[in-house]
Design a protein around this ligand. Structure first.
Ligand SMILES: [Zn+2]
Ligand SMILES: [Zn+2]
Length: 318
């Protein structure tokens, strides 16, 4: 097994939320209020993914903060089940290869009538063909079964953790679907987001109550739309609801991870994986896993004492 360096050799870390709503759709905050919230909490980028409205708020871009143009499209069969498909604007080179006209600021879409899985595939294709990287959103919250999306193609990532869904309904975690896809050889990255709407249906709360709980940290040489889109597509990032990951990869036949102090580090593969726990109340901040050679993929979860998690993307064993 060759050495693998998933984050790349050089670059800076940038933290961002790729899924959020403002009052342009069903969120509470104005776009500028959301920008202030995320900027003041150390984020470098934010995607507004309004329902059926593509937005490109580039007017909020500064040297150290970037808006990622995006949209969330929905498909609603006549049941509690739904499909939410996320378009994140790709790099200029990606968009130039698009077969359809790229979406522009305030372009609106209409949920199509559900006629089966092919309707979902059509929406994925439309988003991708109009210049977007496609993420399959919150399958747990959407009451999706694996069978609903296992055959779909053309999405680069699964939303593995949605903080808003977790806060409201305790169904924000979708890693079980991710492993099912990975076991079948699907190569999809895992992304944690907020999906913040900033209104609390349970009563009084700070506007940030469903914000700042799920994010990605990616490594990139610069903070530009092209560089961020490419880092996402290439998987040069990890997701988190708390812990930080400093390094991760394969060296001398072992998967290694270095992270902020946590209670447990899990190496997850198709077989019963090894885990590393703290002992006597101490924390750990690194671990390794020796590759047997029968794994198709290995990914890592670092879990702190509060149950907060950092998720690496999978390394695929060739
Ligand atoms: Zn959604
Ligand atoms: Zn959403």
């Amino acid at each position: 097994m060759k050495d693998v360096c998933p984050f790349g050799e050089n670059g800076n870390w940038y933290k961002g939320n790729l899924h959020s709503h403002s009052n342009v759709s069903d969120g509470k905050l104005k776009p500028e209020e959301s920008v202030d919230l995320y900027k003041s909490n150390g984020y470098s980028f934010l995607a507004f993914s309004e329902h059926e409205v593509f937005t490109n708020w580039s007017k909020f871009n500064t040297k150290d903060f970037l808006i990622i143009p995006a949209i969330e499209r929905g498909i609603y069969p006549r049941s509690s089940k739904c499909f939410h498909i996320h378009g994140i604007q790709g790099s200029k080179a990606f968009r130039e290869n698009s077969s359809k006209k790229c979406l522009e600021h305030m372009d609106r879409t209409i949920p199509p009538e559900f006629k089966g899985k092919e309707t979902v595939q059509t929406v994925i294709n439309e988003l991708r063909d109009s210049g977007n990287l496609v993420m399959f959103n919150h399958p747990n919250w959407s009451f999706n079964e694996l069978d609903d999306f296992v055959d779909l193609e053309g999405y680069f990532a699964l939303e593995i953790f949605n903080y808003g869904c977790e806060v409201e309904e305790r169904n924000g975690l979708s890693t079980v679907y991710w492993d099912s896809l990975l076991r079948r050889g699907k190569r999809v990255w895992g992304i944690a987001t907020d999906d913040n709407h900033n209104s609390n249906k349970f009563g009084e709360a700070k506007p940030s109550w469903d914000s700042l709980g799920g994010w990605v940290c990616l490594k990139s040489k610069e903070l530009t739309q092209d560089a961020i889109a490419d880092a996402l597509l290439e998987g040069r990032f990890y997701s988190s609801s708390g812990p930080e990951i400093y390094d991760y990869g394969v060296k001398n036949g072992k998967v290694f991870v270095k992270c902020s102090p946590v209670e447990k580090i899990y190496f997850i593969t198709e077989s019963h994986a090894n885990s590393r726990m703290n002992s006597e109340g101490k924390t750990i901040s690194s671990s390794t896993y020796e590759i047997i050679g029968r794994e198709n993929y290995i990914r890592v979860e670092c879990v702190d004492k509060y149950g907060k998690i950092a998720w690496t993307n999978p390394i695929f064993i060739e």
